[in-house]
Ligand binder design. Structure first.
Ligand code: GLN
Length: 588
């Protein structure tokens, strides 16, 4: 097993996740099979109990693991399926060590950070590194390990030490490549790229037992020759191994290309003794997609009605996979994605008095949108604003996609407006409502929050109306069921389903028991595209393979729904059509 370890110096937020994923893409393009591990040194067992304010979205894995959003980057960039074991936290390591201690398996020894905790970390890494994640048999060739946080943080020390031990153990010479991501700022008064922060970061790294093979330097503009020379000399890395990771704008698909152009793959392959000088890595698909993305001009405007705010506006990381899924679908349909981030609370009447400008801006965004998306969420803040957004979409026949909470919202709105149940609500927000159209799932835990939701991949079976194929099934290519990932505690009240259906809100997807509602849609005569899904389709969307539900929303938003449905029908009849990776059919 070859290990590529990515650490970060100076400060957080430098893009270690995108760097790790991009290095993975390059190695894949060299013909290697790649897996990934993200280490998060916090004490939580997983990201599931953390607010999106803390670390952005919680990425849900196939096996139900609630993980850091970087695992989403890896899955999307490398088109792999990871497990919760691919995300290591201090919490998980300590839990393992403490369970072992309670079993008496340390045989009377004093249990210590070194060697017991560091051994547990190395054992975990080696076990997970060997598990295939690309659907093929046998272990991958390379495991990319990203260490979260900044080297020198107190909480990451056991991990740094474990990696240092790994670097001279199984990951000895030729099996271990360390890429250190750092920051090279420019002081405006001098206009010079400053290398000192990186020098200090590397010194800290070395003092903890790790030496960088490659430096990846984040900067606003390309790294200048003098800065490269200075970094190489002072950090003891060859000049060819100092990479410039300058800003590429919003189009992150450019990062693997940026690295390839600097021959980053050769630097890594050389350290890993994997032989340099073979064919150039094949990045044709990446390049085509990145260029297409930049060349698109005709916009499709989607209002994303969220609630997790950053300092001044919505924290986009809280909806990262949703935004990526919108992008995948837009690029496939040759539209330039314009997301209008609408804070749900700003739509509410209360804001009209408290902050009329914000209220007006939110409504202007909503009214100007070609499509409206209400994503998942927890807690009652902003719920009434989301309900207003769903009503606006329904009444004005604007394409609507509700995800998880967004589906539950659509059901509540319909009950209030169409079935005249004024106090209809979810028991999550009003435990006493007389019309509980969304209720707590019987198997959930009310006392334990960690890992107790309905999580991970579950099957959804399609239910057609009056012999007509439902919209959702058409989008999914007329399959009888689909596997999508879930993360929820509440569900549509099964006892109220028939009343909704009689009024035109059709539950077109259900679980295998038929009792749990998975997809809701307004029947064709009521609305062109009004779909809610209890699952999170954003987690399985990939560049070049957009999620069908997102494709439906974007197609409806730009008047292409009919042709998309026809194409999906043709594909399901004729067998699979191969696309060029950016959505164009090249081969049947
Ligand atoms: N809070 C809702 C539930 O638990 C929705 C969850 C979500 O949107 N992920 O069912």
């Amino acid at each position: 097993m070859k290990y590529v370890v990515v650490t970060g110096g100076v400060m957080s937020g430098l893009g270690k996740g995108v760097t790790s994923s991009s290095v993975g893409v390059l190695l894949q393009a060299c013909g290697l099979r790649v897996t990934c591990i993200k280490i998060d040194p916090y004490l939580n067992i997983d990201a599931g109990t953390m607010s999106p304010f803390e670390h952005g979205e919680v990425f849900v894995l196939h096996d139900g693991g609630e993980a850091d959003l970087d695992l989403g980057n890896y899955e999307r960039f490398l088109d792999v399926t990871l497990t919760s074991d691919n995300n290591i936290t201090t919490g998980k390591i300590y839990q393992t060590v403490m369970e072992k201690e309670r079993r008496g398996a340390y045989l009377g020894k004093t249990v210590q950070l070194v060697p017991h905790v560091t051994d547990a970390i190395q054992d975990w890494i080696q076990r997970v590194a060997h598990a295939p994640v690309d659907g093929k048999e046998g272990p991958p060739d390379v495991c990319v390990i990203e260490l979260g946080g900044t080297v020198g943080d107190m909480e990451s020390c056991p991990f740094v030490d474990a990696l240092a031990q790994l670097s001279c153990g199984v990951g000895g010479a030729g099996n271990f490549c360390l890429i250190h991501v750092s920051h090279v700022p420019v002081l405006s008064a001098v206009g010079e790229q400053k290398t000192k922060p990186t020098q200090h970061g590397v010194r800290t790294l070395r003092s903890l037992g790790l030496a960088p093979n490659i430096l990846a330097c984040r900067s606003n503009s390309p790294l200048e020759g003098y800065a490269r020379e200075k970094l190489a000399r002072s950090c003891h890395v060859s000049p060819g191994n100092v990479l410039s990771l300058h800003d590429v704008g919003k189009n992150l698909w450019r990062v693997p290309i940026l690295l390839r152009d600097q021959k980053a793959h050769e630097a890594v392959l050389r350290v890993l003794n994997l032989g340099v000088g073979g064919d150039e890595p094949d990045l044709k698909e990446w390049t085509a997609r990145a260029e297409l993305c930049d060349a698109l001009v005709e916009p499709v405007r989607v209002a994303l009605v969220g609630k997790y705010m950053g300092l001044t506006r919505i924290n986009e990381d809280a909806y990262l996979s949703v935004e990526k899924a919108l992008l995948h679908a837009s690029v496939a349909l040759r539209k330039k994605l314009a997301v209008d981030w609408v804070p749900a609370e700003d739509l509410e009447d209360g804001t009209a008095q408290a902050n009329p400008d914000a209220h007006k801006a939110a409504w202007n965004s909503l009214k100007g949108a070609d499509g409206i998306l209400v994503p998942g969420g927890f807690g009652d803040r902003g719920v009434e604003g989301k309900i207003l957004a769903a009503r606006h979409a329904r009444e004005n026949r604007i394409p609507y996609l509700g995800i998880c909470l967004g589906m539950q919202i659509a059901v509540i709105e319909f009950a209030r407006s169409v079935l005249d149940m004024q106090d209809a609500n979810s028991t999550e927000f009003d435990a006493e409502t007389k019309n509980p159209c969304v209720v707590f799932m019987p198997e959930g835990s009310r006392t334990h929050m960690g890992g107790t939701m309905r999580l991970g991949s579950r099957k959804t079976y399609f239910h057609h109306h009056d012999g007509c194929t439902c919209m959702a099934a058409k989008l999914y290519g007329n399959e009888s069921y689909v596997d999508e990932r879930h993360r929820h505690r509440y569900e549509v009240n099964p006892e109220m389903v028939s009343r909704f259906e009689e009024a035109g809100l059709w539950f077109s997807g259900r679980d295998e028991s038929g009792e749990r509602m998975e997809i809701v849609e307004l029947l064709g005569e009521h609305h062109p595209f009004y779909v809610g899904v209890q699952f999170h389709p954003e987690f399985k969307s990939r560049p070049g393979k957009p999620s069908p539900v997102f494709t439906g929303l974007i197609a409806a938003a730009c008047g292409q729904l009919e042709s998309v449905l026809q194409q999906s029908h043709r594909e399901s009849n004729d067998g699979f059509e191969k696309t060029d990776g950016v959505g164009k059919v090249v081969e049947k």
